[in-house]
Design a protein around this ligand. Structure first.
Ligand code: TMP
Ligand code: ASP
Length: 213
């Protein structure tokens, strides 16, 4: 899997190139996959190949954006009367249908079953995986002074039908806020022109890997 420097938002209506983004996302994603694996969550990650390339297992990707939310931000504050910053007592898991042509609409289990996207058992397991990933990532990011308001993961089936975490886990696909200032260190800086997107990614990298020697 190659991590490119392209950055997009709003179904690619907005598109730019941010130099070195591919490198930072690949390194951050690799380490987060390792942390998930250490905590017993299986992922498609095998090893890093190049600074912006990783070897991953071949999976059949389920067309879902599996989202977990701890603190209200983004679409949930636009689509429901929920104020940004509201802390949820228990995480909210949402499944969006991954298809830009339909603008990734929110699904429920009945729609997902009717569309044949996944079985009932798989849907249960997917939600369970989202909660476990959330527990691990939330704790890890807290240890480096970062809040995890929400994230999106993708899940794939291997040849035996086992479900694994796929795609990437990076500041492109997670909201990450500095715990003290609540400043975004993620792709929202690009989506909503809030600040320097690469500076945020570099700050996450620095907290995860330390300062360069
Ligand atoms: P949302 O608030 O826009 O629904 O986003 C929820 C989470 O999903 C957030 O962490 C950003 C991530 N995300 C993606 O990874 N890809 C996408 O296309 C979108 C819209 C959000
Ligand atoms: N996946 C979205 C797009 O390409 C980007 C996002 O909002 O994360 O438009």
């Amino acid at each position: 899997m190659e991590f490119r420097d392209d950055i997009t938002a709003f179904d690619s209506v907005k598109h730019d190139i941010v130099g070195e983004k591919g490198y930072y996302n690949c390194q951050i994603s690799a380490k987060l996959f390792e942390i998930l694996e250490e905590n017993g969550i299986e992922t498609h990650f095998v090893k890093l190949l190049e600074p912006n390339k990783m070897l991953v297992k071949k999976l059949e990707i389920i067309p879902l954006e599996v989202i977990a939310r701890n603190i209200a931000a983004g679409s949930i504050t636009r689509n429901y009367p929920i104020k940004e910053g509201t802390v949820f007592e228990r995480p909210i898991v949402m499944l969006d249908y991954k298809d830009d042509a339909y603008h990734d609409p929110l699904l429920n289990d009945d729609i997902a079953l009717a569309m044949g996207i996944a079985t009932e058992k798989e849907l249960e397991e997917i939600k369970h995986i989202a909660i476990r990933v959330n527990d691990v990532l939330k704790k890890y990011f807290a240890s480096i002074g970062i809040l995890l308001p929400d994230f999106k993961i993708e899940i794939g089936r291997d040849k035996d039908g086992k479900l694994l975490v796929a795609d990437e886990v990076s500041p492109d696909s997670c909201r990450l806020w500095d715990a003290k200032t609540k400043k975004s260190l993620d792709k929202d800086n690009y989506r909503f022109d809030k600040g320097d997107v690469l500076a945020g990614y570099k700050e996450i990298y620095r907290r995860m890997f330390g300062d360069p020697q």
